[in-house]
Write a protein that binds this ligand. Structure first.
Ligand code: FES
Length: 107
């Protein structure tokens, strides 16, 4: 396993309550600003691949714009439908106004 600290975007480009889509070396990553927390997550819905960052952000949940599956961004777990499906989530940190994510690229 290889985990890389990746710069995502300046916090000034991600106002509270918003999400952005980013292509990180071909990996679709969504990033959301909720309160004082920044979430980074795999931006591909586990149902049919909808872009989650194009969906609806409510508190720390995101709802897919295609058919309504909903995930909790703190854990990646689906809560609609509640079937144990999850998306990868990536730890983040904010340093000097820049958001970074720790992405595990696997082997
Ligand atoms: S593709 Fe996301 S709910 Fe269907």
């Amino acid at each position: 396993m290889s985990t890389e600290r990746v710069p995502l975007l300046p916090i000034s480009d991600l106002p509270p309550g918003t999400m952005r889509y980013l292509d990180i070396d071909g990996l679709p990553v969504g990033v959301a600003h909720v309160g004082a927390t920044i979430y980074a997550f795999a931006d591909t819905c586990r149902h049919e691949g909808g872009s989650l960052s194009s969906g609806v952000l409510v508190d720390d949940t995101v709802t897919c714009p295609w058919h309504g599956w909903t995930y909790r961004l703190s854990t990646g777990k689906a809560i609609v439908p509640p079937v144990g499906i999850r998306i990868p989530v990536y730890p983040t940190e904010l340093v000097d106004g820049m958001i970074y994510a720790y992405i595990d690229w696997g082997d």
